[in-house]
Design a protein around this ligand. Sequence first.
Ligand code: ARG
Length: 439
Amino acid sequence: MKLWGGRFKKAENKLMEDFNSSLSFDKRLFYEDIEGSIAHVSMLAKCGILQENEKDTIIKGLNSILDDINEGKLKIEGDYEDIHSFIETNLILKIGQVGKKLHTARSRNDQVAVDMKLYAKKSTKNVIEAIENLQQVIKELGEKNKVIMPGYTHLQRAQPVTFKYHIMAYYYMLERDRKRLLNALEVMNESPLGCCALAGTTYNTDRNYTALKLGFNNPVDNFMDGVSDRDYIIEIISDFSIIMMHLSRLSEELILWSSSEFGFVKIDDEFATGSSIMPQKKNPDAAELVRGKTGRVYGNLMSILTTMKGIPLAYNKDMQEDKEPFFDALDTVLSCINIMTGMLSTLEVKGENTIKAVKKGFLNATEAADYLVNKGVAFRDAHKVIGEIVLYCEEKNKSIEDLSLEELKKFNSLFKEDVYEFINYENTLSRGIKKDIIG
Ligand code: ARG
């Protein structure tokens, strides 16, 4: 069942037919293909290229195919080359000869380009919505857990922060991800429909009409660019890759925090798994899978970038290879955002352990140095004094605040009773711009 064949003497080899077919994966575009065709025939009638009654019959036929697919009466399968051939052939089967007029002034090149853009726009909006849900859950988790915890650099305890402050860092990463996707939507919002194969058509069609009807800002400027542009797919998968990188960092933290070594959080049973041999195990599989699937999305980005790099203008069949990486990246990023939303909305923060970790890590050492600076010592000298105090504390297995004033004075005579107040962990967060941390 082909849309071509007039100039061929022999039938296509079965191997070639299977190799060439994209139906098994581009069937996801059925809605957009019908939407695009309806806009196209409406335009053809408006421009006097089709009769009104022909347009009505074709649109009725297309809508009835859509219903048949949605109701499961028409299965998208069989030896069709792609979703476009499938819909057109079924239209002709349904409404007869007039169905053969649908493809006037159109090529599958502009058809597939518009289908993919419509699908990419719709799915990008779904991802934006999923990101917003995750951001909301992060906010709520932070609000519930303003408890103090160690902030890290080099994975070594550094300075006190709060759990809320730490988790909100991811909120802002996701905010940039959201803006990147909104920007991609804006950049891609030009319709390729009407470019035809590569050089437009001799008919006086109206590309503005179809562009607006399909929700684009305007038609593309250049026909050849219109049919061979896949930048938007690359851009969206790049944005997905950055989202995955963020989710992967968060996953890594959840994996560390839920270990007995940290004990900062408890992942809910609903989002954890067990071991088939070790009865005591509770594993953070959801977070590990998100971390693992990040590589898969990066792979999809490399795949489409590499596919596109050597293609001369205009359409080449290589471009059919845009679909699987895009669909896979989309499905992966959506499922990862959703699982992260589930994991975080049920996460328990173990405040008693985060506080313990703060108290053990000399996290007020910088503030102890600031104390001496306030008394007139140069910061570099104060840094050295506190370094010596930390060494002393390690030998005695004590924290700075456990030392007596007498012990402190041995290191610098400027220490007074008020130092304890000054280096108290909670107090440090209420001074200077650190106030932002407790909000
Ligand atoms: N299945 C094709 C694709 O995804 C549709 C376009 C076919 N165009 C062509 N000239 N063979 O790219």
